[in-house]
Design a protein around this ligand. Structure first.
Ligand SMILES: NC(=O)c1ccc[n+]([C@@H]2O[C@H](COP(=O)([O-])OP(=O)(O)OC[C@H]3O[C@@H](n4cnc5c(N)ncnc54)[C@H](O)[C@@H]3O)[C@@H](O)[C@H]2O)c1
Length: 439
């Protein structure tokens, strides 16, 4: 069925600034990776925008351009980087501290990384109890802090000469929070900023500043952040796209690969036990019970949503699902995740699956930051705004319209993403029906 392009997509002219609150392991691995790709030292492996293709038309048409040649994305050469942190280390020092990339590679990129220095962050101890900040803003109220961030955004825009900006939250996971009265409307939120309401977390102040400046915002952590009526209202009013939350990497990524497969064959699951050890700063932050709770909620939700126990009570209604994260400094960023999965098949006979997943967490997250930055910028140039559900592919806890359940199955998410690109360009959507080949 042919579909009409919804809007003209403005060209990706000029530079795109990527602003990251939080310049730790993920951010520095992202920036260093982009620099390495620019210099021909590496390929952008793991990035759908750089390496992915999209099939157009019939299977017999043989049209599968690269995504970056199909939709007008900012070129990797046109990216500029800026950000904030609560420690003053530049991106070279922070990358060395994070210990993800080899020192030899960092030294080859040293000049570019040293040029990225963080602006002082907006911080509140109760939201990240394990870190002792040394590089932060002071303000008379949370509104004053938001205005300082707005000045930072404007200053960065002028200094760097970028034509457009996006903001991607790569800061630490904040302690668990549910949306309250102050998040129920933009009016209440702005009043809360004036009164420095304790329920307004730092990540929400960054998001507010971004949206006020018309800058798209993605949330890579499980924090509430833009997942509130107040900030979604602001995104709609300012016509800005937003997306979140919590990068889908590591163990949850594997869960969303495996669980749809088990369900497709109607295999039952009686238990899924996931345990992790990691020793980076993220692991230290998550060692705090309230920060872990935020992560736990995000990690638990995917499996229940995919398996749909309400539709398949015989298979999934008594599943026991447990997730544990242990801070173990000797491992640094080299995380290890174990999964023990108890499943059952024909006649209820038991089967077990064991996964031992060893990965550098940030290696999986860095290409997601790149893709989110480029796709959010595309969305804005195509006049899309509010929650961008088509970017669910990247998140553990995808944001949706209030009446919808999130789609967690990675294959459905990918189909949705590619169909959105086809729709943006007025190409036929692909349903995989395929009967026309047999007429
Ligand atoms: N690495 C992954 O695969 C992955 C996957 C999903 C989610 N995440 C999330 O992404 C975020 C970044 O992960 P990371 O491994 O880079 O962690 P990290 O600890 O290396 O980096 C986070 C940085 O944020 C800074 N920070 C904390 N509060 C801040 C604030 N209010 N303003 C500015 N900076 C602040 C910290 O000082 C730190 O440098 C974390 O929330 C993590 O849970 C990471």
């Amino acid at each position: 069925m042919p579909v009409q392009r919804r809007a003209v997509i403005k060209p990706a002219e000029g530079k795109l600034g990527v602003l990251t609150p939080g310049m730790g392991a993920v951010t520095t691995t992202f920036i260093a990776g982009v620099e390495a790709v620019r210099r021909g030292l590496a390929k952008p492996i793991g990035s759908l925008t750089q390496m992915g293709t999209v099939r157009l038309g019939k299977r017999t048409d043989n049209r599968s351009p690269k995504i970056k040649d199909f939709v007008p994305l900012a070129a990797i050469e046109d990216l500029a980087f800026g950000g904030w942190d609560i420690f003053a280390d530049n991106a070279y020092q922070a990358a060395a501290h994070a210990g993800v990339l080899e020192q030899k590679l960092l030294d080859q990129l040293r000049d570019a990384l040293e040029a990225v220095t963080p602006m002082p962050g907006v911080f509140e101890q109760r939201y990240v109890p394990r870190l002792r900040a040394t590089h932060i803003k002071q303000g008379s109220s949370k509104m004053d802090l938001a205005e300082q961030l707005i000045d930072d955004i404007t200053g960065f825009r002028e200094r760097s000469g970028v034509a457009r900006l996006v903001m991607v939250w790569c800061g630490s996971t904040e302690t668990f929070q549910k949306a309250g009265q102050v998040h129920s409307s933009l009016e209440n939120f702005e009043c809360g900023l004036q009164k420095s309401d304790p329920e307004i977390a730092p990540s929400q102040i960054y998001a507010y500043a971004a949206l006020k400046c018309g800058v798209p915002f993605a949330n890579g952590a499980p924090n509430l952040t833009v997942d509130t009526p107040a900030l979604q209202q602001l995104a709609r009013e300012r016509q800005v796209p937003i997306a979140g939350k919590d990068y889908k990497t590591g163990q949850t990524f594997l869960k969303t690969l495996l669980a749809p497969g088990l369900k497709s064959r109607l295999l039952g699951v009686s238990g899924w036990f996931s345990s992790n050890i990691l020793g980076n700063r993220d692991g230290e932050v998550l060692d705090d019970p309230e920060a872990f709770r935020t992560k736990e909620e995000s990690k638990l939700s995917a499996l229940e949503q995919i398996l749909q126990p309400e539709l398949y009570p015989d298979l999934y209604s008594s599943m026991y699902h447990k997730v544990r994260i242990h801070y173990y400094p000797p491992r640094g960023d080299n995380k290890e995740g174990w999964d023990n999965i108890d499943i059952f098949g024909w006649l209820g006979y038991p089967v077990q699956i064991k996964i031992d997943f060893l990965c550098r967490d940030s290696i999986l997250a860095a290409p997601l930051v790149l893709d989110l930055a480029l796709f959010l910028d595309l969305a804005q140039r195509a006049s899309m705004h509010g929650v961008q559900e088509w970017l669910s592919f990247y998140f553990k806890s995808p944001m949706t319209a209030p009446q919808l359940y999130p789609e967690h199955d990675i294959f459905i998410q990918l189909m949705k993403l590619k169909n959105t690109l086809r729709w943006l360009k007025g190409e036929d959507l692909i349903t995989h029906l395929g009967l026309e080949y047999y007429d």
